[in-house]
Ligand binder design. Structure first.
Ligand code: DON
Length: 359
């Protein structure tokens, strides 16, 4: 009697485990919607963390004085799958300023408010091949190409995109933008006031870019206000999990896989990802895409996000940067992790029905 009762309990538990999703079933190595299991993801994250922990290349951005003071040893990794499972390793509580990664979400906001072609027609969706704050890139596009031939991920295009966000007052525009970023992260984000002040005191080049874009009639409202809001958006604090959740929302057709909120229209996501692919790491975007196949975006605060469409979003924060302004550890760690997990969307395998045909 006792024996058969315990057998019945075991059978019931087994049935329950088989019926439960992977996260509810604890350590079960269940393949997720993204085709990944817990142990392979955790192993990939931990291996990349250990491999690059002591890498001493690169240095913090210092043209924004507050960034030079950030601890260069901050090193956090997070991966969020499109079924909402969160994996982390290293320093996941420290925050860095989001910097240029914000440009992705402002671009998305403008597309949501003004339609998919607003960015393409007003700013352009082509790489400049130049540094992120290049003025020559604007002059070249204007004089040699004669139109909107840059993109919203370099400073001139980004300040223009910020100038296009809806709102009757500065306050209303800011709340609109910050609320949108927060929906991607799945929590209310806040501004690092020290970074905002430090960049506001030293951003004369961006102010010049704002006025130049106004002179060429890309910006149609007060350029000083656009640059100021842009500077504030770059100062939003994020940790690795926030960034990975934002990336995973893009990987999941605009629906935050952790909160379940549809943050942006699925139809606008491919446009955002394609501009990340051609310009997300500035003049090193081609090299990055060649090695990973992943749309990505860096920030001079040390963050880097990458998106494996339909599968996962990944983020690393680590402040030391290379000459192009991209985090050294973050590029290496994401490349290793994505390659270990088969994240490259260009690396399609032959359809199973093809197996054996050529053999
Ligand atoms: O406008 C700037 O210079 C900074 N707020 C952002 C630059 C940035 O993050 C470039 N990224 N790698």
């Amino acid at each position: 009697m006792f024996r058969s009762k315990s057998l019945a309990v075991c059978a019931a538990l087994l049935a329950l485990m088989l019926a439960l999703p992977a996260d509810a079933a604890g350590q079960q190595a269940t393949a997720s919607k993204a085709g990944l299991n817990d142990s392979e993801i955790n192993a990939a994250l931990q291996a990349a963390h250990a491999k690059y922990k002591n890498l001493a290349e690169g240095k913090n951005a210092d043209y924004i004085p507050a960034l030079a003071k950030v601890d260069p040893n901050i090193y956090g990794i997070a991966l969020v799958t499109t079924d909402g499972k969160v994996y982390t390793t290293g320093d996941i509580t420290s925050e860095v300023s989001i910097q240029s990664i914000s440009k992705v979400f402002t671009m998305a906001k403008v597309m949501e408010e003004q339609g998919a072609d607003a960015i393409e027609k007003t700013i352009g969706v082509d790489p400049t091949g130049m540094r992120f704050n290049s003025i020559v890139a604007v002059e070249f596009a204007q004089k040699a190409l004669g139109g909107p031939e840059i993109n919203p991920l370099v400073n001139p295009g980004a300040i223009t995109a910020t100038s296009m966000v809806a709102g009757a007052t500065r306050d209303a525009i800011w709340k609109n933008l910050l609320g949108f970023y927060s929906d991607f992260a799945g929590r209310p984000l806040t501004v690092n006031q020290e970074v905002f002040k430090s960049e506001s005191d030293t951003n004369q080049r961006n102010q010049a870019i704002g006025y130049l874009m106004y002179a060429y009639e890309f910006i149609k409202s007060d350029p000083a206000r656009a640059t100021d809001i842009y500077t504030e958006q770059c100062s939003v604090n994020v940790n690795a999990k926030d960034l990975a959740t934002m990336a995973a929302t893009l990987a999941n057709g605009g629906k935050n896989p952790v909160t379940g909120k549809q943050v942006m229209k699925a139809e606008n996501v491919p446009g955002v990802l394609s501009v990340m692919a051609i310009a997300g790491l500035y003049d090193d975007s081609g090299k990055w895409l060649y090695n990973t196949g992943l749309p990505a975006k860096s920030g001079v605060g040390g963050g880097l996000i990458a998106v494996s469409p339909g599968r996962f979003g990944i983020a690393v924060i680590s402040p030391p940067l290379d000459d192009a302004g991209n985090s050294v550890r973050a590029q290496r760690a994401i490349t290793d992790i994505s390659n270990a997990l088969g994240g490259n969307p260009y690396a399609a395998k032959a359809h199973p029905s093809e197996k054996g045909r050529a053999e």
